[in-house]
Design a protein around this ligand. Structure first.
Ligand code: FES
Length: 351
């Protein structure tokens, strides 16, 4: 299947913006040069800082296309405001009808296959946005599919009524608040013990911990690796994003990485050229060597394997971060303090 990977920038107007769940906004864009988006597509958008807003002047972020209507004249995105207000999501939530912004034509690195005997779509939290259009397409095809959504509580999950109405008992919701935590092992066993284990494809998007657990269970069950597909952006790490410092001794450079920006963006903003391509933790081009570390690495990529991540001697600059776990655990209990908590420090050798 063709993959739309050529980046073509244009401009779009915001034609709708509304809250569809707690902290989740639906934003509809009308591109000047419409291109229909296939299931699993995303767009990159550039988000400018508003007056006085901290962080980089421009952030580029990827968001799944939840719906593509009228030949791509209306592209629906759905964005969760990340705590503590990561830059990209905060800027999307600030968009209003009539705003114009740079947007790419739909890009595709999570294509929906054809011809599988069965499909399982697994979403964790706002990762749902990568699977909604797939579920709609599979239903239209008359395919055998399941849509499984796992989240903390239903109030923060968008479109639940619509999904239940559209997909009936093919849609399953697990929420921790209702004691319905997703059992990854059981889900994968169901595939392995099902009628077509070798012809069942599983597509997933959600927290990195969930996807890692599925990948391990999938391998343990000896299911075909090519039948397991995933979308990576929007991954949450093990800790909430914190501010930390990055040092590059060879260049004599030190930059501060805010919760709303990445190491890659912060280095680029300081004029440091870094090799990068996907900017989503997939290609490995931006992997840098860790020379020293104060804090813990919070890997958010899917490029490094478990052993490489455990070794702690490299990281993907485009998505991975540094956290001081105790600091995360105590934040933000006392707003009267001026945050004396320790800050992570990462010393790097660039690729
Ligand atoms: S640019 Fe591809 S993994 Fe970072």
């Amino acid at each position: 299947m063709a993959i739309d990977s050529v980046i073509s920038w244009g401009t779009a107007e915001v034609v709708a913006s509304e809250e569809v769940a707690e902290g989740v906004r639906r934003v509809v864009l009308a591109p000047d040069r419409p291109v229909p988006a296939r299931p699993g597509s995303h767009v990159d958008i550039r988000l400018a800082a508003r007056d006085g807003e901290p962080g980089p002047a421009s952030l580029t972020r990827s968001y799944s296309v939840v719906a593509s209507e009228d030949g791509g004249r209306r592209l629906t995105l759905t964005v969760q405001l990340a705590d503590p207000g990561r830059g990209g999501s905060r800027r999307v939530h600030a968009l209003r009808v009539g705003d114009r912004l740079p947007v790419t034509a739909p890009l595709q690195n999570f294509p929906l296959g054809v011809g599988a005997a069965r499909y399982v779509l697994l979403a964790g939290g706002i990762g749902l946005t990568a699977t909604i259009a797939m579920a709609r397409t599979l239903r239209a095809r008359g395919a055998d599919y399941r849509l499984v959504l796992a989240g903390r509580r239903r109030e923060v999950l968008p479109y639940l009524d619509e999904l239940a109405a559209e997909h009936g008992d093919r849609f399953t919701l697990h929420t921790e608040a209702e004691g319905g935590r997703l059992d990854v092992a059981a889900l994968v066993s169901e595939v392995a013990d099902g009628a077509h284990p070798g012809r069942t494809e599983l597509y997933m998007c959600g927290p990195i911990a969930m996807m890692d657990a599925v990948r391990r269970a999938w391998a343990d069950a000896a299911l075909p690796p090519t039948n397991l597909r995933f979308e990576t952006f929007g991954n949450s790490g093990s800790w909430e994003p914190q501010e930390f410092r990055v040092r590059v001794p060879r260049l004599g450079t030190t930059v501060q990485v805010t919760p709303g920006s990445t190491v890659l963006e912060s280095l680029e903003a300081a004029g440091v050229a870094v090799m990068a391509d996907c900017r989503k933790g997939e290609c490995g081009l931006c992997v840098a060597r860790v020379l020293d570390l104060e804090g813990r690495l919070d890997h958010r990529d899917v490029f490094l394997d478990d052993d490489q991540k455990a070794a702690g001697d490299r990281l993907c600059l485009c998505v991975s971060r540094v956290a001081v776990p105790d600091r995360a655990a105590t934040r933000p209990t006392d707003t009267r303090t001026t945050d004396p908590a320790p800050c992570g420090v990462l010393t790097l050798e660039l690729p």
